[in-house]
Design a protein around this ligand. Structure first.
Ligand code: CMP
Length: 139
């Protein structure tokens, strides 16, 4: 059985360009309910911890620098089949490969600055939500 919650971030590139409202509109229009949300900025340590799984990748330094350079919006979303449906809504990691109408096709500029994050599994949705909303008892 698949879970009904996922975790997202609207990344610094999309916040800088003024896309918060448009992206939240796409998310809610697709049937996701916002269970928790905050506007915040990641510290270097936050970004290194959140993306620890990528620490051996050649782009890790660039990723941490990007994700800490400005504010983000972090949110927990609820819908049946949330993880899979949200990944379909945002599109491929590289916007050049993303389907028409997806959030990354519309609002992302590159594989690095790809506008939004979406959890890749129910397990990671729980870990990532707890990272940002510890103590809120949403999971
Ligand atoms: P996301 O899938 O949300 O989480 C991992 C992030 O690493 C990814 O989004 C991109 O922001 C970034 N990333 C993935 N591949 C590359 C790459 N080849 N070069 C730079 N950044 C990348």
């Amino acid at each position: 059985m698949t879970g009904n919650r996922t975790f997202t971030m609207i990344k610094p590139d999309a916040v800088e360009k003024g896309y918060i409202g448009a992206i939240l509109q796409k998310i809610t229009a697709a049937g996701f309910k916002i269970v928790a949300m905050k506007y915040t900025q990641l510290s270097q340590r936050d970004a290194e911890t959140f993306y620890a799984i990528h620490k051996e990748r050649p782009f890790f330094g660039e990723l941490v620098e990007f994700m800490t350079r400005g504010p983000i919006v972090a949110a927990v979303l609820e819908k049946d089949n949330a993880v899979e449906d949200f990944r379909a809504l945002i599109g491929a990691t590289n916007p050049a490969d993303a389907a028409e109408g997806t959030i990354r096709k519309l609002y992302a500029s590159s594989v690095a600055e790809n506008a939004v994050h979406g959890s890749d599994s129910d397990e990671n949705a729980g870990i990532e939500s707890n990272f940002h909303f510890a103590g809120r008892e949403i999971f």
